[in-house]
Design a protein around this ligand. Sequence first.
Ligand SMILES: NC(=O)C1=CN([C@@H]2O[C@H](COP(=O)(O)OP(=O)(O)OC[C@H]3O[C@@H](n4cnc5c(N)ncnc54)[C@H](O)[C@@H]3O)[C@@H](O)[C@H]2O)[C@H](O)CC1
Ligand SMILES: [K+]
Length: 511
Amino acid sequence: MKIFSAQQIYQADKFTIEKQQITSDVLMEQAATKIFEWIHARLRGTSVNIQLFCGIGNNGGDGMALARHLQEHGYVITVHVVNYSEKRSKDFLLNLERLKDRKIWPNFINAESELPEISANDIVVDAIFGIGLNRSPDDWVGQLIGHINASQAFVLSVDVPSGLPMDRAPWNPKYVIESSYVLSFQVPKLAFFLPDTGVYLNQWEILDIGLDPEFLTREEADYELVGKHQIVSLYRPRLKFSHKGTYGQAMIVGGSYGKIGAVQLASNACLSSGAGLVTAFVPQCGYHSLQTAVPELMVLTDTDEHCITEISMPFAPKAVGIGMGLGTKEPTIKAFKDFLKQMESPVVVDADGLNILAMAPHMLKDVPPQSIFTPHPKELERLIGTWTDDFEKLEKAKAFSISHDIVLVIKGAHTIVLYKGKGYVNTTGNPGMATAGSGDVLTGMVTGLMAQGYTSLEAAIFGVYLHGLAGDISASQNGYEALKASDIVNSIGRAYVEILSPPDVEEKEQE
Ligand SMILES: NC(=O)C1=CN([C@@H]2O[C@H](COP(=O)(O)OP(=O)(O)OC[C@H]3O[C@@H](n4cnc5c(N)ncnc54)[C@H](O)[C@@H]3O)[C@@H](O)[C@H]2O)[C@H](O)CC1
Ligand SMILES: [K+]
């Protein structure tokens, strides 16, 4: 699903209005009707107090139109106009008039007004600011927002949580609505998926408000949300007359004294992702444990007991994942450098492999094109430097990915894969996966997919999704806290089965 910028959403609006020869208030009415239907389907006329807080722009207009529908269906409503500017939008005014025609007189909240009482049992509709927010809310509006957040009422946000900017971190983190549920129009917004801004939403859902399909199909987006539908289209089925050679020979290179488990996790994940053959290359101290723990694995060792000093590959693997538990000792750095020089096809670099590259950036020129980097936030910072907010982080990461021709996997709650200036935002995974070795499993999986012939970009997108899904399946059985990286490996099979199962109704709607 495409993720459009605020600018593109305004363009979609304009295009739809011109092509369908409608007025802008028709779109607003469609949006408000969709929200009303969502609420009505759940409340079915319950006599709960609904307090609507409406700004004076089009987000506020949506709120006013919604108030009218709610009142027409007998709901108990209070409408507040958050009067933060003189510049009221045309469609806000139109809907204000329509309310007044029905003898509904909103309560106008101004800087000097007292804040209305909100009970924890009320439902708050948040229609103060939408995607048009372009500066910090005034202090009194921020205080009203804080008052709503403190009420413990269920807060339903129209389009976006009010006060949440679409292209930067909030000016003041207290001046943003903490939404219980966001009903967002037509397309998901990038801010929903980034740590600085995503924390303000509990749940979200997209409502189709009828923006023109021609525009939505034609317009290129910088970011895309990756769901099951996209993943199924990437999947490469296994063939009846195939053999292990068909699915490639993968190599996992890493480990040092006390960190052989990282290689074990990655190798196991690589095998479970479907690679035909997997060989691990480790210092000698890892030999026995790996041979015992993973019988399917072949093990090659370095001449050194404790760390890798020279990576010799007696065959040309189809895919290599390197870096987990590797350490950054001088001889290991030299071995890594020689390895990169000798590799021609893309490799997957993780953990200490990335740390070495951050320490010695001149080595980046030896990284084969289309290689995959899988940094966690600290490793990313070492590679690209610090950032002021997530949006700047993404811009810097994009520039890095383009200049080194790297598929960059930015790990987080919503992992984002960046390549050639485009971002793919993952939708699977859970907080239980923030645990030791989870990243080693991902690297093993992505390497396993590359061994099977997935391109670097495909392997990264597919691997990230599959990894998150395996984590979700594990968490559904044992909860978040007990989740261990090896549980993720054990759920890879079920994750494949889930990907290949027919979509349920909700998934079909989201396609
Ligand atoms: N295609 C769609 O998705 C549709 C969306 N709709 C709704 O329209 C809003 C966007 O409306 P807009 O009027 O452009 O902006 P806002 O309502 O978010 O903001 C109002 C207005 O206020 C000014 N402003 C910005 N920041 C501040 C501030 N801190 N203090 C005071 N004033 C501020 C600025 O000039 C804004 O224009 C979208 O989110 C949807 O809810 C349509 O109803 C249907 C189509
Ligand atoms: K809002």
